[in-house]
Design a protein around this ligand. Structure first.
Ligand code: C5P
Length: 224
């Protein structure tokens, strides 16, 4: 892949966790560090792309030359990603979106003693699936990448996710035993409808560079 392989292209990346308010001071979230998504944004920018990184709250600096759109909730992330998606040639959904959110967040702090019932019974409702929602309406010229963290049957589940979410590629890894979440290294499969490629254990930055190479090669194919 030549340097600048993504020149003139727009790449949308989602990254990090989402946070879902319970009340004015409490939230539900997860341990996503954002490292994978930020590395992908960095690698795409290094190949000359215009990159928009829609990011949940993380402790990482904005990669050089990347436009960061900070969001908190899954619904904010969907709104921000939706407004960029039509202009994107490539969309990589690396965010660890909270599957559920409190159904009725309080706009003040719930108090022990006074609001015990509300605190003990936070009812949850399902968040939108950002990847599935946007990829369902993708054009043939757009390339969509999703992630899958599985504890078992990694490849089988990746193929199922590919179809269910209308993605062109799923980056699948095995989790559990301290693998993947918050770590710097990753061993992943790049799964497409007709190919399964194992990237051996390497840094997330190297995974990101390899992924961007594969995506750039796909875009430069005749008919792509
Ligand atoms: O279904 P699962 O959470 O395993 O799918 C993971 C993939 O879907 C990731 O690419 C993630 O960014 C995306 N996703 C999303 N919105 C959700 C849940 C997952 O975009 N609500």
């Amino acid at each position: 892949v030549p340097a600048g392989a993504l020149g003139g292209r727009t790449v949308l990346v989602t990254a990090g966790p989402t946070v879902e308010p319970i009340d004015a001071v409490r939230y539900i979230s997860n341990y996503s560090s954002g490292k994978m998504g930020y590395s992908i944004a960095e690698a795409a920018a290094a190949q000359g792309a215009r990159v928009v990184l829609v990011s949940g709250p993380v402790a990482l600096p904005a990669p050089e030359g990347v436009e960061v759109v900070p969001v908190k909730t899954a619904r904010d992330m969907l709104a921000a990603a939706s407004s960029v998606f039509p202009a994107a040639d490539v969309a990589v959904f690396a965010a660890a979106v909270a599957d559920l959110r409190p159904a009725n967040p309080a706009d003040r702090k719930l108090k022990k003693g006074r609001d015990d019932a509300a605190l003990a019974n936070v009812s949850l409702t399902e968040n939108p699936d950002i990847l599935a929602t946007l990829a369902a309406g993708k054009r043939p010229d757009q390339y969509v990448v999703g992630f899958a963290a599985e504890t078992n049957d990694v490849l089988m589940n990746a193929h199922a996710k590919l179809k269910k979410k209308h993605a062109d590629m799923i980056v699948a890894n095995q989790v559990g035993d301290g693998l993947a979440f918050g770590t710097d290294d990753d061993e992943v499969w790049l799964v497409t409808a007709d190919d399964e490629v194992l990237l051996p254990l390497m840094s997330k930055r190297d995974v990101a560079r390899r992924l961007i190479e594969v995506v750039a090669r796909h875009l430069s194919r005749p008919g792509a």
